[in-house]
Design a protein around this ligand. Structure first.
Ligand code: 5GP
Ligand code: MN
Length: 336
């Protein structure tokens, strides 16, 4: 175990540091990792971000992106770096299964492990924890860690601010979710003062898609959407053939589930997609409805109350049918 004083002392000298985050990184995973990276390198640490898998183009522009190591494309280098690390930061996840093969390497490493996360039910693999499920993003907690725990607000430079802004913006669904408190807005204002160009970040993340992506969205809404009014639920299900036809890349499916949730009566929206070796399920909900409970109980996953995910080795149709069979159990919550 590490206390804050020992961690502060450790960070006062240059260390070999790995930062890792969950597989198929999203905006918060990359924003919190690179925000921390840009903070650490200012103090002479030898820091590297290792992601378990690749991540979308619309997240591949943040400061430090060119230094990120993708494990699946650099297995040996990642193994050597993790084995040699003094300190490993685990951001935006709290269970080693969320980082695929990297989990085994982190698990057997002798390095101190620092968890910075906002998901429920953390596993016990860390030596120091900055964890709060009320935070809207791991990037919010990285800000809090730097400013309020390590007391170095002056090191929130333009690069750090840009990355943390991206994490908070994406995980709060552009400052819309209920956990976007006044405190979050104060942090975001501070990040803009520190150099984050908010309008430009919105452009880079949300207005940088391909024509194919927009046509694929049209296909999903016209042909793949099923509305179940008796359960206030909408399901979009997409086959592997659809993905191939529209040449869908990593990240192109991100956010499509929100269109299903945009119907006034809908309380639960699902996006179910057939990948190579499994079917992936993304759930989004409004208000008190516990999307994460369904993912945890039935689809080997988890997440937050309003945004959760899971996976299954069943067929696409099998997963859709299973979800429909589960809905009566939640009918009361769905129709209130
Ligand atoms: P998405 O639907 O964007 O893939 O995931 C939404 C949220 O659900 C993520 O931020 C993450 O917290 C959670 N999540 C998604 N997939 C999984 C999974 O397979 N396992 C767990 N534990 N959480 C997941
Ligand atoms: Mn997050």
């Amino acid at each position: 175990m590490l206390d804050l004083a020992s961690l502060t002392e450790l960070l006062a000298q240059p260390q070999k540091i790995i930062i890792t985050t969950h597989h198929k990184p999203d905006g918060d995973a990359m924003g919190s990792s690179l925000g921390l990276y840009n903070y650490l390198i200012q103090q002479g640490h030898h820091a590297k971000v290792i992601t378990p898998t690749d991540y979308p183009e619309f997240l591949s522009w943040m400061p430090g992106n060119e230094e990120v190591i993708i494990y699946t494309e650099n297995v040996e280098q990642s193994e050597l770096l993790i084995a040699a690390a003094d300190l490993i930061f685990c951001v935006d996840f709290n269970s080693l299964s969320r980082i695929n093969e990297v989990g085994e390497l982190v698990g057997k490493s002798e390095a101190y492990k620092v968890m910075i996360d906002h998901h429920l039910e953390p596993e016990d693999f860390d030596d120091y924890r900055h964890w709060n499920i009320n935070a809207c993003a791991a990037a919010q907690l990285v800000y809090d860690f730097i400013v309020n725990e390590l007391k170095q607000p002056e090191l929130i430079n333009k690069d750090v601010a840009t990355c943390l802004y991206t994490g908070i913006m994406t995980d709060s669904a552009s400052f819309r979710l209920p956990n976007t408190t006044s405190e979050v807005h104060r942090i975001v204002a501070d990040l803009i003062d520190a150099g984050a160009v908010n309008w430009r970040i919105h452009e880079l993340v949300y207005n940088s898609a391909s024509e194919n992506r927009l046509r694929f969205l049209g296909h999903c809404l016209s042909n793949c959407l099923e509305v179940l009014p008796e359960f206030n639920t909408a399901i979009i299900s997409v086959t592997k053939a659809d993905l191939d036809k529209y040449d869908v890349n990593t990240g192109d499916t991100e956010g499509i589930v929100n269109y299903a949730l945009s119907i006034a009566s809908i309380r639960l929206a699902a996006f179910i997609v057939e990948r190579n070796d499994k079917v992936k399920l993304s759930l989004r909900s409004k208000g008190e409805f516990p999307a994460n409970e369904i993912c945890k109980k039935y689809f080997n996953g988890g997440g937050h109350r309003n945004a959760a995910g899971g996976a299954s080795t069943d067929s696409l149709q099998g997963v859709v049918s299973k979800l429909k069979l589960i809905l009566p159990e939640y009918k009361k919550l769905l129709i209130q």
